[in-house]
Design a protein around this ligand. Structure first.
Ligand SMILES: N[C@@H](CCC(=O)N[C@@H](CS)C(=O)NCC(=O)O)C(=O)O
Length: 206
């Protein structure tokens, strides 16, 4: 299989973490795609131009980090990240959705920052900065939830990939006043699959 990624994408990182957690390194080739440039060769592979994108062994391509993570997790017939039954499953869905909401906002913010300075919208930048502050407050209050402290799951992976975007966005400061979130993030970041996929810190051009 081939997994197309970019090193800084939080969505692609979720899939890369699942590859490592499930020991699929020998089955999944990781390929860096060129996104966001006119006429990228990658558009012939994935017309949407987005990552992550998984080309299965049968040649069929899959989009969407959640779909790709679930597919990879099920390959060995012994999924580690399926939802638990009943109320716990709804709790995990709720937490994962909350984490994804934070990632989605941070991705919009990062995208705005990659535009030339004269094309950036101050309104979008401030809107996403404010959202990130509210979400960090929310997560500081929720991070002791047993599902965020127990066995690794998709809510934890998603939140950590979101918080890890601090490496890509010099204006993202979720740490101050959020000591529990800091501790949680330090612990999960030390896991080998997270350490191996940490986004590179660019020399930021402002
Ligand atoms: N909902 C998608 C989002 C994927 C996404 O937006 N990826 C970004 C990178 S963080 C991308 O490929 N952007 C390139 C583009 O928009 O052309 C998922 O969960 O996989």
């Amino acid at each position: 299989m081939k997994l197309y990624i970019t090193p800084g994408s939080p969505y692609a990182r979720m899939a890369r973490i699942v590859v490592l957690e499930k020991g699929l390194e020998s089955r999944v080739e990781i390929i860096a795609a060129q996104t966001r440039v006119a006429d990228s060769q990658y558009y012939r592979i994935n017309p949407s131009g987005r990552v992550p994108y998984l080309i299965r062994d049968d040649g069929v391509g899959l989009e969407e980090s959640a779909v790709i993570c679930a597919y990879l997790d099920h390959l060995d017939g012994n999924p580690a990240f399926d939802l638990p039954p009943g109320d716990q499953g709804w709790e995990l869905r709720r937490l994962e959705a909350m984490a994804r909401s934070m990632v989605d906002g941070l991705a919009v913010w990062s995208r705005e920052l990659t535009r030339p300075q004269n094309e950036r919208s101050a309104t979008v930048l401030e809107h996403e900065a404010a959202r990130s502050r509210r979400m960090a407050d929310l997560w500081e209050a929720q991070i002791d939830h047993p599902l965020m402290r127990g066995a690794l799951n998709m809510a934890q992976i998603t939140l950590a990939c979101g918080l890890g975007m601090e490496a890509r966005n010099p204006h993202l400061h979720w740490r101050p006043r959020h000591p529990k979130l800091c501790d949680w993030f330090e612990q999960i970041s030390a896991r080998p699959s997270f350490a191996a996929t940490a986004p590179p810190r660019p020399a930021w051009k402002s």
